[in-house]
Design a protein around this ligand. Structure first.
Ligand code: ADP
Ligand code: MG
Length: 346
């Protein structure tokens, strides 16, 4: 592989069996230095298992894992020099915040006088300068998670591993922490591998995303490419909403391209009154007539469900002033650029 030479982390055909259950199968991946890579997939797809093997808490049944070009098969977890953050914080509950941060430094034999300065600086960096003497139980969820991030980063490991780091936080806090993780990544430039089932988190944070299902990689690409050019139906549905256009009434026939289905994203479909004038560029568009089944108002977005023949299509539009609003039962015209239709494998 071309990539391998500069890869910081590499999985080579890694399989992990638990008895007869394959948690991860034939998993190959190369992560570049400084890259933020997310492993995304539904629960049980093998994400944590992949991360645990990289961290050294589980051993592959087959295949190999390399860090900076060297196999780590014989290297125990504590020898791998990685900062790790788990969903359930895993701070030492009986130690103050300060002592939690000092711990990884002690493990590496950093002198006491240096430790104090490093801890001080890191506490400030994660906006917890005044919280050093608190116990973890005296902090909010978001604060605890910032301590966990600080602790993972403080000994300056080249690699950072995050397993569902924001899973326990509520929505607002999650968004705030996404910003925090992004800014820490920009500042420290650690090669980061993050595991999540949350597509929005993956899209927001990552340079590249690996989508997993049943222990295998479905697709590996940048967030934009995954959303804009999903390889198959699973990826299209997992990252956002997808209209499958498998219906002659919509102008598409399965037999046109066997083994594939046409798909259009809801924001690429335009909605207009049933009697609206035809668009000037109608030769480039697919135009159908339908009946509104549902209108859902969601802040900046309006979402319609529109029945066309046997298919219910989702249309998403940004709310703008002067826009015509349709209600259930209205006859509407939908249209989309044929060039925006993606062909997915089933
Ligand atoms: P995810 O993190 O994507 O939710 P996991 O990696 O935890 O998925 O699990 C993948 C599969 O491996 C699941 O079917 C799970 O039940 C199984 N599995 C994970 N850990 C163990 C274990 N220690 N013993 C047996 N089966 C396990
Ligand atoms: Mg998991």
């Amino acid at each position: 592989m071309e990539e391998s030479a500069s890869a910081q982390i590499e999985f080579r055909k890694v399989t992990k069996m638990y008895g007869s259950v394959a948690a991860v199968t034939d998993f190959s991946l190369a992560v570049g230095r400084g890259e933020f890579l997310t492993i995304l997939g539904p629960s049980g797809s093998g994400k944590t298992t992949a991360l645990m093997m990289l961290a050294g808490f589980e051993a592959p049944t087959k295949g190999d894992i390399l860090i900076s070009g060297m196999s780590v098969a014989a290297v125990p977890s504590y020898g791998r020099d990685q900062g790790i953050v788990f969903q359930n914080y895993a701070l030492f509950p009986h130690l103050t915040v300060r002592r939690n941060l000092e711990f990884p430094l002690e493990m590496r034999g950093v002198k006491a006088s240096e430790r104090v300065a490093l801890v001080e600086r890191m506490l400030k960096r994660v906006h917890l300068g005044a919280f050093g003497e608190r116990m973890p139980s005296q902090l909010s969820g978001g604060q605890q998670q910032r301590v966990a991030l600080a602790r993972a980063l403080i000994a300056d490991p080249p690699v950072l591993l995050l397993d569902e780091p924001l899973g326990a936080l509520d929505r607002n806090l999650r968004e705030q922490m996404q910003g925090e993780i992004k800014s820490l990544h920009r500042e420290f430039g650690k090669t980061t591998i993050c595991v999540t089932h949350d597509q929005e988190e993956a899209l927001t944070l990552s340079d590249r995303i690996v989508v997993m299902r049943g222990g295998q990689i479905e697709q590996l690409d940048t967030p934009e490419a995954l959303y804009g050019r999903p390889a198959n139906r699973f990826v299209a549905n997992f990252l956002g909403e997808a209209n499958i256009l498998d219906d002659p009434e919509l102008g598409y026939h399965k037999k046109d391209r066997p083994g594939t289905v046409p798909m259009i994203r809801p924001e690429r479909v335009r909605i207009a009154a049933g009697n609206a004038v035809q668009p000037a560029d109608q030769d480039q568009r697919q135009i159908v007539s339908g009946i509104v089944e549902e209108m859902i108002y969601a802040g900046p977005l309006r979402k319609y469900q529109v029945r066309v023949g046997r298919t219910s299509l989702i249309v998403r539009e940004h709310v703008a002033s002067g826009q015509e609003i349709f209600k259930p039962g209205d006859t509407v015209r939908l249209d989309w650029f044929r060039a925006d239709v993606r062909s997915l494998s089933e």
